[in-house]
Write a protein that binds this ligand. Structure first.
Ligand SMILES: Cc1cc2nc3c(=O)[nH]c(=O)nc-3n(C[C@H](O)[C@H](O)[C@H](O)COP(=O)(O)OP(=O)(O)OC[C@H]3O[C@@H](n4cnc5c(N)ncnc54)[C@H](O)[C@@H]3O)c2cc1C
Length: 428
């Protein structure tokens, strides 16, 4: 290649050709110009009517939506990310627990169906629930999160659930028959007119928009970002190359309250991963797209589950599902899980899924009404799925009976849960 500067005459020749070329390409573009529609974001709102709106398509929300759909409620599922699964898929926490306690299964139903099918399709392995492990985490189920997200979409479709990705509610207003929820997504403004809402956002976002009370501790547990150095990640497989859990770093002060705080948590987590790569000189083979948040807001429900309720295995009058996990509070110095006493299996009452003073609104998942220590055990995935199924049943039956979930006879909710494979605690 000749690097010599162009002579003046040569430069004139080249630039003249350039001018001619630019002029002719402009003419071609004009000849082919077609009228463009208005930018999508200026379109008027799309209005849809449904029976049940589930906000948040994560661990609990998927199950709530499938359940409501299977009962026959027209169900709409709003998820601000691009796939289903929440913490289980996008967050990379793909080892749900715990479906068993003290040698037998205590959580089943739609969550278990989805987990079981994803393990079977992936050729994975199940823990033996008849064995009581020496460490609780040994009975968590390893799933392939990619497959789980696909199966969740398929099951939503089969249940007639309509999914909207990239959308979230901006304003919620009571109407005579239910709710008007104004949602935004890129290029989309949508008005949802529904009878019941199930808030499965993990942080009770809808509850907050309605100015209903939520709890948040001054200090919250750290979040984490999950990654893998050196070996390719082989999800779902307990053995073999790349198997095992992802690595993680704590994100102290991680706060999922809003887009600004969540951005800060993600930046902090990714910076820590980059530092790890530099200091260990290993290759970064896997990085989850989003940080996971262990703790944010809990609703103040009609009942608040205390740590004494949780650790004593209180069977509430309106118990609708079990939960099982040690009290598991992560702090700056790590975590020392406190296992439950042998034979103890906590229960979740229906009223802990109903925001105090609300109508036609349920919550399921991490933001269940509970004190901080009880929540550190209740927040795990199998329990969130069980709560999701309860909320789906209660919301769908409330639609069918034209009432609010707490006015549906408890027996109807419990019977319907059993019909759909869930395990309901027996009254004590
Ligand atoms: C690092 C880490 C390790 C963990 N370890 C374990 C473990 O070993 N075993 C275990 O079982 N559990 C574990 N957990 C806990 C468990 O993963 C979560 O508590 C549980 O998955 C929460 O479920 P959820 O349905 O409440 O929320 P998520 O699964 O987080 O779902 C919430 C969904 O709502 C969407 N969303 C949020 N806000 C809006 C909005 N305004 N509009 C629309 N969509 C919205 C989110 O995008 C997300 O998809 C861990 C959690 C973390 C973070």
């Amino acid at each position: 290649m000749n690097d010599r500067p162009l002579g003046r005459r040569q430069f004139m020749r080249y630039s003249a050709a350039g001018v001619a070329l630019t002029a002719s390409s402009r003419a071609i573009a004009q000849a082919h110009a077609i009228p463009q529609p208005e930018p999508a974001h200026t379109e008027g709102p799309v209005t849809i009517r449904c029976d049940v709106l589930v906000v948040g398509g994560g661990t609990a929300g998927i199950i709530a939506a499938i359940q409501a759909g299977r009962i026959g409620a027209e169900t709409f599922l709003l998820e601000r990310n691009s796939q289903l699964g929440g913490a289980m898929t996008t967050g990379g926490v793909s080892f749900p627990g715990l479906f068993d306690a003290w040698g037998k299964q205590i959580i089943a139903g739609i969550g278990w169906e989805l987990v079981r099918e994803s393990v079977e399709l992936d050729g994975g392995a199940f823990p033996d629930f008849s064995q009581v492990p020496d460490r609780h985490w040994k009975n968590q189920v390893r799933i392939n999160p990619f497959l789980y997200a696909l199966l969740a979409e398929e099951k939503c479709e089969q249940a007639g659930v309509e999914i909207a990705y990239y959308e979230f509610p901006q304003a919620v207003r009571r109407t005579t028959n239910g709710w008007q929820v104004d949602c935004a997504g890129f290029g989309t403004r949508r008005r949802v007119l529904c009878k019941q809402i199930v808030d499965c956002t993990g942080g009770a976002d809808v509850v907050s928009m309605l100015n209903l009370p939520r709890f948040r501790s001054e200090e919250t547990q750290p979040g984490s970002i999950l990654f893998k150095l050196d070996t390719a990640h082989n999800p779902g497989r307990p053995n073999g190359p790349g198997s095992g859990l992802l690595d993680s770093v704590y994100i102290h002060g991680a706060d999922s309250s809003n887009s600004r705080t969540a951005t800060a948590a993600n930046l902090q987590g990714r910076k820590a991963v980059l530092t790890k790569v530099r200091t260990t000189k290993q290759r970064l083979m896997h990085l989850q797209p989003e940080a996971g948040f262990r703790e944010s807001y809990r609703i103040q429900g009609e009942t608040v589950i205390t740590v004494e309720d949780y650790t004593s295995g209180r069977v509430f009058d309106d118990a609708v599902c079990y939960a099982f996990y040690p009290v598991d509070l992560h702090t700056r110095s790590g975590v020392t899980p406190k296992p439950l006493a042998r034979g103890t299996v906590p229960t979740v009452p229906l009223r802990a899924l109903v925001p105090k003073g609300s109508r036609n609104l349920m919550v399921a998942g991490r933001s269940v009404s509970s004190d901080r220590l009880a929540n550190s055990g209740l927040r795990v995935q199998a329990s969130c799925m069980a709560m999701g199924q309860v909320a789906g049943v209660a919301a769908a039956l409330a639609v069918a009976e034209n009432t609010t979930p707490l006015k549906v006879p408890l027996k109807d909710i419990q019977d319907m849960l059993r019909q759909h494979g869930a395990i309901v605690p027996a009254a004590s």
